[in-house]
Design a protein around this ligand. Structure first.
Ligand code: ADP
Ligand code: MG
Ligand code: ZN
Length: 251
């Protein structure tokens, strides 16, 4: 096990001598670049971006489909990229969230993560949660005696300026799940906080026996999502199969 003394000593910053303030020629003093990168690192850690997605960015999202004929797939993926970039660029002036809807593997989570990474670069607090994991953490921290959930789990979800809720509707929609989803989403709505959702459940599924998003989250929550988000439909094939076949293996 590492001991305290085995930690490398941090060199004193050459730009601010450890004061945190850097002199900019002709412009005066500003917060030192070392503090800004510290803050970025802290924000990245606090955002809990899953390892699998930590390299996702706008730069490495390439709309699929046919860009010559600009087919439906290419258009939907280009629009999706564009909406995500607009939110990241214009926030906080632009404060409508996003609801990415589409089948598996079209880059919904990729774009959600790319958005929060761009927002973190602007110094904004962001948090990523797979909705199923969040529900599990809430359930695990539930105290049956006090009938409350530990604030440790819910506070960041309420406080974070931007929240990604990935895989909305993926949990079996029990009453408890619906109540909890409603409470979280309504709290953020009332506080005018931006939330980015992803879901595989379409409003108009291709086959009649598939669940719609309303089936999964309820009609009221579905309409609340409309009020707080721009709905962005993404079409396309599963990108993972593509990567898998290129590398001779499937993920
Ligand atoms: N258009 C794209 N350009 C680059 N990578 C993509 C694209 N679409 C998906 N990917 C990659 O494919 C994998 C699956 O995408 P993901 O965002 O998990 O899909 P979804 O959330 O829609 O199921 C990820 O590794 C993601 O980075
Ligand atoms: Mg996803
Ligand atoms: Zn410094």
């Amino acid at each position: 096990m590492a001991t305290e003394t085995s930690k490398p000593l941090l060199a004193v910053c050459e730009y601010c001598n450890g004061t945190g303030w850097e002199l900019v020629e002709g412009k005066g003093v500003r917060q030192c670049r070392c503090r800004m990168s510290d803050r970025r690192d802290q924000l990245i850690t606090a955002a809990r971006i899953p390892k699998r997605y930590e390299n996702c960015s706008f730069e490495n999202y390439h709309p699929q489909g046919n860009n010559f004929t600009a087919d439906e797939i290419f258009r939907s993926q280009s629009y999706a990229l564009n909406y995500a970039q607009t939110l990241a660029r214009e926030y906080p002036n632009h404060d409508i969230g996003l609801l990415f809807i589409g089948p598996c593997g079209v880059g919904k989570t990729h774009l959600a993560v790319a958005s929060i990474k761009a927002l973190i670069n602007k110094g904004i607090t962001c948090l990523f949660y797979d909705f199923r994991d969040l529900l599990k953490e809430i359930q695990d921290s539930y105290n049956p005696v006090s009938k409350t959930t530990e604030l440790r789990v819910l506070e960041p979800v309420y406080q974070s300026e931007i929240l990604v809720l990935d895989e909305l509707g993926a949990s079996k929609p029990t009453d408890w799940v619906r109540d909890t989803m409603t409470q979280i989403i309504n709290t953020r709505y009332n506080d005018k906080k931006v939330t980015i959702f992803t879901t595989n459940y379409l409003d108009d599924p291709e086959t009649p026996n598939e669940d719609t998003l309303s089936d999964r989250v309820g009609v009221r929550l579905r309409s609340r999502l409309h009020e707080m988000c721009k709905v962005v439909k993404i079409k396309g094939d599963d990108f993972r199969l593509k990567i898998g076949s290129n590398r001779g293996r499937k993920f």
